[in-house]
Ligand binder design. Structure first.
Ligand SMILES: *Cc1c(COP(=O)(O)O)cnc(C)c1O
Length: 375
């Protein structure tokens, strides 16, 4: 029982508490639901169009297309860009599996590249070395909410004629040299899974980009390959953003910048708390990056013990992710264990602390105090 007698009762800190995030918004969310019921419009329509234009504006991109989830966002962009059978696509070896699933679902071959151990992000020297005659695209993942060096990615891609797809599923609002994630490549895939920095109340996703022809093709593919109601020109699928989810996302979008600011404040408080520690080090954030801390990740020697000590003080942690991509059975054919050492090492040392905007001052103090005690 995480209970301390005397000075104070232990403050419980869950890794994520969506009900706390939604508590203040419940009236607005319910009003959106009611207006969707009254309108009778559930697929496409005004809420979806309005969200797409607001999301493109937020991301400083020319356009956005809503889709059913983040995995489809990535997969369908690749298909729309004509990337598939026979093409290789470079992805980092440490990311959520969906990045690599999307490449395979599009029919292309993922090529796993190691990450930079200081940042956890795609190692661009290793990426350059992995480029071959079949390489068609590169997927930089803004992991944990910190943007990849997109100047270097663009330079590499233009030298080799590669399509650049940002996996921005953890980076809503992040900036690289002042420019938003979602505007930095040829296209970007976002997930609005409930736990993401901007989350729906169910599955949702979006693609942003600056090429209207690519976005139009993607829109058609996501809607049964249609050009008009009965003219199906392409092999498509059903991957549309629900109007109800679009309406919920529109309720939440005005708060995103403030929520990201709170995440950064929480991260600063934690950094102060373990600044003197030799046990814990934070993942490095580049000076050019404005991170949005989808996760706040530290490296710890003796991670599992550290997690157990925090848990005994009422603080829940996560691991994002405990395995590199090729350490999962489904992707074990992509690389030999031992061949991507930085990703493999990080997966054994990283731990994510609670960072959400819903955390109270008392909870942040409780985590900070626990860090001082444990480190
Ligand atoms: C969440 C996530 C996805 C997939 O999004 P879904 O909406 O769950 O399909 C893709 N890439 C990364 C890095 C993610 O975190």
């Amino acid at each position: 029982m995480p209970r301390r007698v005397g000075r104070s009762i232990t403050v419980r800190v869950p890794l994520l508490d969506l009900s706390a995030i939604h508590a203040d918004l419940a009236d607005d969310l319910i009003a959106s639901l009611r207006s969707a019921i009254d309108s009778g419009s559930f697929i496409g329509g005004q809420e979806v169009e309005a969200f797409e234009s607001e999301w493109a504006g937020y991301c400083e991109a020319a356009g956005a297309v809503g889709v059913a989830n983040g995995t489809d966002a990535l997969q369908l962009v690749l298909r729309a860009a004509g990337i598939g059978t026979g093409d290789e696509v470079i992805t980092p070896a440490m990311t959520f599996v969906a990045t690599v699933e999307a490449v395979r679902l599009a029919g292309a071959d993922p090529v796993l590249v190691d990450v930079d151990e200081r940042t956890g992000l795609l190692d661009l020297r290793a990426a350059a070395a992995a480029i071959g005659p079949r390489t068609a695209a590169i997927v930089p993942v803004h992991l944990w909410g910190q943007p990849v060096d997109m100047d270097a990615v663009s330079e590499l891609a233009s030298r080799h004629g590669l399509f650049v797809l940002e996996d921005a599923a953890q980076a809503h609002g992040a900036r690289w040299r002042g420019k938003r994630a979602g505007s930095l490549g040829d296209a970007a895939g976002f997930s609005m899974y409930p736990g993401k920095n901007l989350g729906a109340l169910g599955d949702a996703g979006a693609v942003t980009g600056n090429d209207p022809a690519l976005l139009a093709k993607l829109r058609s593919i996501s809607n049964h390959g249609r050009d008009s109601k009965h003219d199906h020109r392409l092999l498509g699928t059903n991957s549309r953003l629900d109007a109800i989810q679009a309406a919920f996302l529109r309720c939440k979008l005005p708060y995103l910048d403030r929520w990201n600011e709170l995440r950064r404040e929480h991260a600063s408080a934690y950094r102060r708390a373990f600044s003197a520690s030799r046990l814990v080090t934070a993942i490095e954030i580049a000076d050019e990056a404005e991170a949005v801390y989808h996760h706040f990740v530290v490296r710890v020697a003796g991670r599992d013990q550290f997690a157990a000590k925090l848990q005994s003080k009422g603080i829940s942690c996560g691991i994002h992710y405990p395995r590199a991509i090729h350490e999962n059975t489904a992707f074990s054919d992509l690389a030999r264990v031992g061949s991507l050492p930085a990703a493999e090492r990080l997966t054994k040392e990283i731990i994510s602390l609670p960072i959400g905007p819903e955390l109270s001052e008392r909870q942040i103090e409780a985590v900070s105090r626990a860090l001082v005690e444990v480190c």
